[in-house]
Design a protein around this ligand. Structure first.
Ligand code: KDG
Ligand code: MG
Length: 412
């Protein structure tokens, strides 16, 4: 058997997704997610123009060798575009291998280490009251862990913060789709770190008081703080027992986390913008983090993410795989199969996809009483309705840009 054909499907059912569809000479099809939010077409071109033609006729079961061929062979290695492209091929080959074996992928990866994956939802509110209402909705729906993001008095729209109307489903979209006729550029938001640092402990206190000690409470700082600001924040929320503080400082400045560690025992998570085990070298060997935030989609697929988790396991560091809506249902399934099979699983982010997305990508993973499970369908357990996908054309969509009050571009 060999790889016979590779199609790269770009579709936009509610948001953009890039999917590699790999077909073998025996007609088995594997799917891989290559969605890079706001930069989708660059990965589609990388795959179509530079990767797919080199793989036709190769043994589809040589997964590790294909990964190394694409990673080392290209000379230009790492980076989000390259690693998302490698991820898509890698996931598709694992999907094929498990379908050939007739088992859900987690069984090929060593089998289940647990009955399900503790998952956290995204609750947000422009005010503390609306945030509490959103958290309540998730708790009533079985979540034992919730990420809290709140508006900051005096600031306008903040990334990741919106009010949820009663009865609204858990839809939330990181990237803004551009409407026809509007300029082709991202929306802009404004930011004030001092106001945020003053407000966040109050937000944590309110949620802890309302929901008691059992609820796991997470927060995403979204790279916006300097090291000393992050240390101050980590210390100020300690009394409310946070599960983690994510992306406290810009991801590329890894030694910044040393300063936070010197001042606080708040657990730290980072890595959604990382794409290789090398990005974690200092963080893991110096035990500067507690959770790995990468996804299979942006970290070189199941093979790449498994490398990171094996390394992390030596240091007792656990997973917290990235699972926003811009990781497609295919990428989400990859996270779930790996999470079920590794010993050092920690928690899984879960932002459910919209109904329109799930009409195009049919999933077999399930959520019950706070736990996700990838399901028992062979392979990744996701089917792509390619005809339905073709009806949703790509729509330009960008993540917002963040500025300080004086116009300085700021991390977000
Ligand atoms: O594409 C970027 C989003 O996935 C990211 O901003 C969401 O921070 C995020 C998270 O923790 O899910
Ligand atoms: Mg994040």
């Amino acid at each position: 058997m060999a790889i016979d054909r590779i199609d790269i499907d770009v579709t936009s059912p509610g948001r953009n997704f890039v999917t590699a569809v790999v077909t073998t000479s025996e007609g088995i099809t594997g799917l891989g997610d290559a969605t890079l939010n706001g930069r989708e077409l660059s990965v589609a071109s990388y795959l179509r123009d530079h990767v797919a033609p080199t793989l036709i006729g190769r043994d589809e079961s040589a997964i590790e060798q294909t990964w190394q061929y694409l990673y080392r062979g290209a000379y230009w290695r790492r980076g989000p575009v390259t690693m998302s492209a490698i991820a898509a091929i890698d996931m598709a080959l694992w999907d094929i291998a498990a379908k050939k074996a007739g088992v859900p992928l987690y069984k090929l990866l060593g089998g289940a280490c647990r009955t399900g994956l503790l998952s956290y939802a995204h609750a947000s509110g422009t005010t503390i009251d609306s945030l509490l209402a959103a958290v309540r909705g998730y708790v009533e729906n079985g979540f034992h862990a919730v990420r809290i993001q709140a508006g900051v008095p005096g600031l306008g729209q903040i990334y990741g913060v919106h009010d949820t109307a009663p009865g609204e489903t858990y839809e939330y979209e990181p990237a803004g789709r551009l409407t026809e006729g509007a300029p082709l550029r991202p929306a802009e938001e404004s930011w004030d770190t001092a106001a945020y640092l003053r407000h966040l402990p109050e937000v944590f206190a309110a949620v802890r008081e309302e929901f008691g000690g059992d609820l796991r409470i997470l927060h995403d700082g979204h790279h916006r703080m300097s090291p000393i600001e992050a240390a101050k924040l980590a210390r100020s929320i300690e009394p409310y027992d946070p599960f983690w503080l994510e992306d406290a400082t810009p991801g590329e400045d890894q030694t910044a986390l040393r300063l936070i560690r010197q001042h606080s025992v708040t657990p730290l998570a980072i890595g959604e913008v990382f794409n290789s085990v090398h990005d974690y070298q200092v963080l893991i060997t110096e035990r500067l983090i507690d959770y790995v935030r990468s996804s299979a989609t942006h970290a070189g697929g199941i093979t790449g993410l498994r490398q990171i988790m094996t390394f992390a396991g030596v240091y007792g560091i656990r997973s917290g795989f990235h699972g926003p809506t811009d990781v497609s249902p295919v990428g989400m399934a990859a996270n779930l199969h790996l999470g079920l099979a590794i010993h050092n699983f920690g928690i899984q982010e879960y932002m459910p996809h919209s109904d329109v997305t799930l009409e195009v990508f049919r999933t077999s993973y399930r959520f019950e009483d706070g736990l996700l499970h990838p399901g028992e369908a062979p392979g990744l357990g996701v089917e792509l309705d390619r005809e339905a996908a073709a009806a949703h054309e790509y729509v330009p969509a960008y993540l917002p840009v963040n500025r300080l009050a004086d116009g300085t571009v700021h991390d977000w």
